[in-house]
Design a protein around this ligand. Structure first.
Ligand SMILES: Cc1ncc(COP(=O)(O)O)c(C=O)c1O
Length: 346
């Protein structure tokens, strides 16, 4: 089965498993796990921030960031399709008691003029605008890279109004590989950052919140409150260390396969794919109205290809560590056959 549903589906390689097996471990609730400490130091250094905190998931590192940046009844400005708003099960209202002000965009970059308009006046009957959240690369916008010029402009606006900025950098690794812009250059515009080890990097579990020491100290308490204080989890952190050292450089291959796939698919009948929007490892394409997206996904699955639907008759294909050039070409054959099957007699 070729699984293009997400880059979260990777399983650890034999080398990664070996590295995990020999990891030094200790009780991390006492701060005594050498592998976790090493990973945290390594990631903080990569992003040139004071500190980093290992957590079980990207959802937790986003939510911890939100928790340390806001107080109850605050408002946070976020793009309408952001993961934190769309897929984190209303956690911000449960954990931080805040609300979002959402702004739609074409590519994950909310128009700066709209962000400015959304900032609330300082009057008691309005919520207090506290922060702006950015997702880079942007999952539901097909892995779009948020431009560094945009980030700088947004930071300027946030500084003018005293707002914090958070980066959901689950796939900041892909933005870094695609643009060549360093991780610390991206990081310097943000107060808090969430990065994932279990997507493009191919580790089985784990994310980190990266920030200054004060916010990480506060997040450490909230990680415990939320049940995320783990014990000998260095075995998992080791996979993260292995992934950063060995798999980061392999992300380029995922971008090449995604572009290769998109180029072919754009030439197929009954499929519309905007090649300009394919910037990293995610391809979103639209099916002609004659084809139902669920039928399409089911028929592809019968032929050995897993894809996901993302609404509006759109399909998502995500390229990752376990997809090579041959799988990419095979997936195109399966899609071609499926389209022919579903449009026979048209
Ligand atoms: C952009 C983005 N942020 C955050 C997350 C959450 O990560 P996790 O599934 O580890 O909670 C995801 C997961 O797919 C994501 O795509």
């Amino acid at each position: 089965m070729i699984d293009l549903r997400s880059d979260t589906v990777t399983v650890p390689s034999d080398e990664m498993r070996r590295y995990m097996m020999y990891a030094q471990v200790g009780d991390d609730v006492y701060g005594e796990d050498p592998s976790i400490n090493l990973l945290q130091e390594k990631v903080a250094e990569l992003f040139n921030k004071e500190s980093a905190l290992f957590v079980p998931s990207g959802t937790m590192s986003n939510q911890l960031s939100l928790k340390v940046l806001t107080e109850s009844a605050d408002e946070v400005i976020i793009e309408s399709n952001a993961h934190v708003f769309y897929y984190e099960t209303a956690a911000p209202s449960v954990i931080s008691n805040i609300q979002f002000f959402t702004i739609p965009s074409e590519n994950g970059e909310m128009p700066i003029s709209e962000v400015k308009k959304a900032i609330r006046p300082d009057i008691y009957y309005f919520p207090k605008t506290k922060a702006v959240f950015i997702e880079n690369t942007h999952n539901r916008h097909g892995g779009a890279v948020i431009s560094i010029d945009y980030i700088r402009d947004l930071r300027k606006l946030c500084d003018e109004y005293g707002l914090f900025m958070h980066l959901d950098g689950a796939r900041i690794w892909n933005a870094h590989i695609s643009t060549g812009i360093s991780l610390d250059e991206y990081a310097k515009y943000f107060d808090t950052i969430s990065v994932c080890l279990s997507k493009g990097l191919g580790a089985p579990v784990g994310s980190l919140m990266v920030s200054n020491s004060e916010y990480i100290k506060k997040a450490l308490k909230w990680r415990k409150i939320l049940g995320g204080g783990m014990r000998q989890a260095g075995i998992l952190a080791a996979a993260g260390i292995y992934a950063i050292e060995n798999n980061l450089k392999l992300i380029e291959k995922d971008h090449i396969n995604a572009k290769r796939f998109a180029k072919s698919i754009a030439e197929m009948d009954y499929i519309d794919c905007n090649l300009d929007s394919v910037q990293t490892n995610i391809v979103i394409f639209k099916l002609d109205d004659k084809i139902n997206d669920t039928d399409f996904v089911n028929e592809c699955q019968k032929r050995g290809l897993l894809l996901s639907t993302v609404g509006e008759n759109k399909i998502r294909a995500v390229f990752h560590l376990q997809i090579n050039e041959e799988n990419t070409y095979n997936s195109l054959d399966i899609i071609y056959d499926t389209i022919n099957y579903l449009t026979e007699g048209n």
